[in-house]
Write a protein of this length. Structure first.
Length: 380
């Protein structure tokens, strides 16, 4: 329940032709059904291709035996008038039919379905939004990249993991946002998984290229140089890495000349890294603490005052025979949870009625005064 609520608040965006899929689990469920339909269509195509190949295979096996016999004694074989007739028939008619079968495109149904469904596919903005949602989860719940990558999240039903290529893509998305803090975290995770032997299309050279620059942007020159050296070991002719190495060495020499204190440098680097971690919104830390359960704690004395009850609406005739279940969640301010108000079927009906009306949450732009979407508010 906890992780479902988290995902509902942080993940997903878009209208049906396009509808910010990453901001709405309701619209994301439609994508699951779309993908299921495409898988069924793909399996139908595979069956059609297999059936076609099976027919061709049987034809080839039959003719293989026939031609093997015929070539051993051509004159004797053709001495039988039936064999002569069937040879003419095969070459004039049956080979033409086989050619048509080989050239027949069995993918028409699948391609047609794909074309229809493509209009409902998410776009680059959706993929970026879903990636940013993972980064928000990571920050809000203080999760390390390895925990997220391995899928070891508490309370989840369907465990899933990130490949090295997935981690690399997350790092690239953070990089395009100039979020070098998360770029470093995810590029390091991708590199770690490759070093552990994971087979992937992700290239260590590209990962190290992004990683060294992200580390440099956060002020850790020594680590940036170390990563660049490792990159050059893999690709000695890498033009950008060679240029960066010369630049790093130049900067390092200047720092030594200026006799900068290593302690002050480390303190400054930690300070800069801390700035990279946090959003500029002042209330962000408070709600992150609340999400982690680090907010106000209720004393045992206050907890004893919380009860469960049946509520009849002050003897309201509608509720006398069917009172509503109530559960106290908090005392000041008073927060009450109502249970079993409507059935699961009614809930699904409400969701389906509401889905077409959902739109991205907006904020007022202080400059224009108009409503606009904001990167820190991605719900529907």
């Amino acid at each position: 329940k906890v992780w479902y609520t988290i995902a509902l608040g942080l993940l997903l965006p878009f209208s049906y032709a396009h509808t910010d899929f990453f901001t709405s689990i309701g619209h994301m469920t439609d994508l699951i059904n779309t993908e299921k339909d495409l898988v069924v269509s793909l399996k139908d195509y595979i069956k059609a291709e297999e059936s076609k190949l099976e027919q061709i295979k049987k034809w080839a096996e039959k003719l293989d035996q026939l031609t093997d016999t015929a070539t051993k004694d051509p004159e004797g074989f053709l001495g039988h008038p039936v064999n002569a007739f069937k040879l003419m028939k095969r070459l004039n008619t049956e080979w033409g039919e086989l050619e048509s079968l080989v050239l027949k495109d069995m993918s028409d149904g699948f391609i047609s379905n794909m074309t229809i469904q493509r209009q409902f596919f998410p776009n680059d903005e959706d993929q970026t939004g879903a990636a940013k949602a993972l980064l928000r989860l990571q920050d809000t719940y203080n999760l390390d990249t390895d925990t997220l990558s391995r899928g070891n999240l508490p309370g989840v039903k369907h465990k899933s993991f990130l490949t090295a290529e997935d981690c690399f893509e997350l790092g690239k998305i953070a990089y395009t946002e100039a979020d070098y803090y998360h770029t470093e975290l995810w590029m390091e995770q991708a590199l770690k998984q490759l070093d552990e032997g994971e087979v992937s299309s992700a290239d260590k050279v590209y990962i190290l290229d992004y990683l060294s620059y992200a580390v440099y942007q956060q002020g850790d020159l020594s680590k940036a140089m170390m990563l660049t050296r490792r990159l050059l070991e893999l690709d000695p002719e890498h033009q950008r890495a060679n240029g960066n190495m010369k630049y790093f060495e130049y900067i390092m020499a200047k720092e030594k000349e200026a006799n900068k204190s290593s302690t002050n440098s480390e303190e400054q680097m930690e300070k800069e890294t801390e700035v990279k971690k946090k959003d500029y919104l002042p209330e962000r830390r408070k709600y992150e603490m609340l999400c982690r359960g680090e907010g106000l704690k209720m004393t045992p004395r206050r907890q004893k005052r919380l009860f469960c009850r049946y509520y009849d609406g002050n003897r309201n005739p509608r509720y006398i025979l069917g009172p509503v279940k109530q559960e106290d969640e908090w005392d000041k301010p008073r927060i009450v949870r109502f249970l079993d108000i409507i059935s699961d079927e009614e809930i699904e009906t409400v969701k389906e009625l509401a889905k077409p009306r959902l739109s991205r949450a907006t904020v007022h732009d202080p400059e224009t005064g108009k409503l606009t979407t904001a990167h820190y508010r991605v719900s529907k």
